[in-house]
Design a protein around this ligand. Structure first.
Ligand code: 5AD
Ligand code: SF4
Length: 482
């Protein structure tokens, strides 16, 4: 996996005159070593180390992929920076909704000005948005390197070629045949990390572009996942989040099938792991076994993110979600009855084709009956190639806004009610970072995923502390270390 120390040694041992190895891991080391030579020369020419910036859009899986991109850049000799005014900038894109695409185009527009001022600058774009031909056609003239989601593990090789030839490279694959997870990483947080346990999605919800850009569902071997968790724990990680588009179907295609619940139980037993989270279970197939494992394992977070999308049976059917309103409510009730202090959060889409006021009322009814602890509410965005984009009854924009505002107000009310119930309780929190707005305060996260701000010293970051929840501010708290 990515023992960075071991990586350095292996890179130093690479024979640069040998042909490129076929095995993906050795191949990657080979290209990082070759790249390192070039970057070192280019840095000498510049009279300073070359800088690199990784910009991430979208979900936790993209965030994790970006840690790998940064890991490769750092091993190759770039100095990492948060500023897009760097010698190398890579955008890891998302295309789940149109506004994600627009944000990337906005950044690319701004970067073209910086590129004119810095002749050394090279720009790369990768990720979900690049799996769509139209997007590649639109940007390929102005960027140096383009690749997609299936070949991210070849990043070092492509980057080497870009620097070796000073030519533009576009490499998009349509599918992945293997899972390569050996890249070096630069973690954003020393004390917590995401871990991809599976890739792709086979659910084909009718609005969603993910199955088309991330491909068929594939699970990693449990031994590889456990080894990665052990290495992370040895490197100081206290909290891991297991990531997959639908974690419930984890393990199905493996030679030795294993349930997600069984994997979760094993991960939670790894020494040094104080807390385990996971995202995302689909309501259609969340098992009783999973609920029991969460209930019986104290270091699994008391938080289930359970995307509802809509509360209307008619719309759920058109969305291809495979559950009804009442089934969803019954599942949420079962989770609440089984797991003490659990929070349930959700994703909701407003404005799906054919959605009426009645349908929105159904969604609002579910929010009220389940009492979500929080929810992400999205306006439906038609995605090219998905069945929903071809439906004839697209809802006019002004109608969507009215429904969206009603849903949002209900969500906010529910989130506030749920958080207020915890007033005065002392709960364990992972201290995450200094509070950006309030000097002398730290931001911490409870097992149920709620945020609490406490006065305290930055030396506490990365530790679990009991915190008194004093003052509820909607969906977060001000508190005090105990
Ligand atoms: N329009 C709006 N929201 C979408 N999501 C996925 N696809 C779309 C779309 N086309 C939302 C879903 C999903 C979350 C990650 O993004 O709510 O759960
Ligand atoms: Fe998209 Fe549905 Fe798969 Fe989630 S489960 S990624 S919403 S197709």
């Amino acid at each position: 996996m990515y023992d960075n120390q071991k990586f350095e040694e292996e890179i130093a041992a690479v024979d640069l005159n040998a042909p490129a190895p076929q095995d993906e891991h050795t191949r990657e080391l080979y290209y990082i070593a070759k790249l390192k030579n070039i970057i070192s020369k280019r840095s000498a020419e510049a009279g300073r180390p070359l800088t690199a910036c990784t910009v991430t859009f979208g979900c936790q899986m993209n965030a994790r992929d970006s840690e790998k991109l940064s890991g490769t850049l750092s091993r190759a000799g770039f100095v990492l920076t948060d500023s897009e005014n760097a010698d190398f900038v890579i955008f890891n894109t998302c295309t789940v909704r149109d506004n994600a695409d627009q944000r990337t185009f906005g950044h690319l527009g701004r970067i073209s000005h910086l590129k004119k001022q810095n002749p050394r600058m090279k720009v790369a774009v990768c990720g979900c948005m690049m799996q769509e031909q139209g997007n590649v056609d639109r940007i390929h003239k102005s960027v140096d390197l383009i690749f997609g989601t299936h070949n991210i593990y070849r990043f070092a090789e492509y980057l080497f070629e870009v620097y070796d030839t000073d030519e533009k490279i576009t490499q998009i694959w349509n599918r992945s045949d293997q899972i390569v997870e050996s890249q070096p990483t630069e973690r954003k947080y020393p004390y917590k990390s995401g871990i991809n346990i599976m890739f792709g999605c086979d659910n084909y919800c009718s609005y969603c572009i993910v199955p088309y850009v991330r491909g068929r569902e594939r699970s990693r071997e449990p031994v590889d996942i456990l080894r990665e968790v052990e290495m992370l724990a040895a490197d100081g990680v206290k909290e891991v989040m297991l990531l997959g588009q639908n974690v419930n179907s984890y393990g199905r295609g493996l030679a030795d099938p294993i349930s997600f619940a069984a994997l979760l139980r094993e991960v939670a037993q790894v020494d040094g792991i104080g807390r385990v989270r996971f995202m995302t279970p689909h309501p259609k197939d969340l098992s009783d076994e999973l609920i029991e494992v969460v209930r019986d394992t104290p270091n699994i977070a008391r938080h289930i993110h359970l995307p509802l999308q809509s509360g209307s049976d008619r719309i759920l059917k058109k969305m291809n979600r495979h559950y009804t309103k009442e089934q969803y409510i019954a599942l949420a009730q079962k989770i609440r009855d089984s797991i003490e202090d659990v929070s349930i959060t959700t994703d909701i889409i407003v404005g799906f084709p054919g959605e009426t006021e009645e349908d929105v009322n159904d969604t609002i009814d579910v929010i009220e009956r389940v009492g979500f602890d929080n929810a992400y509410t999205f306006i439906y965005s038609p995605r090219r190639g998905t069945p929903a984009a071809r439906m004839e009854d697209q809802v006019p924009e002004e109608k969507v806004h009215e429904g969206f505002d009603r849903v949002l107000a209900t969500v906010q009310h529910s989130a506030k009610e749920r958080s207020m119930r915890l007033q005065g309780r002392v709960m364990e929190a992972l201290i995450e970072e200094p509070n950006a707005q309030k000097e002398g305060y730290l931001t911490a996260r409870l097992s149920n995923n709620m945020i609490v701000h406490v006065p305290g010293d930055i030396s506490l970051i990365g530790t679990f502390r009991p915190v008194l929840l004093k003052e509820c501010r909607g969906f977060y708290y001000f508190g005090e270390l105990q």
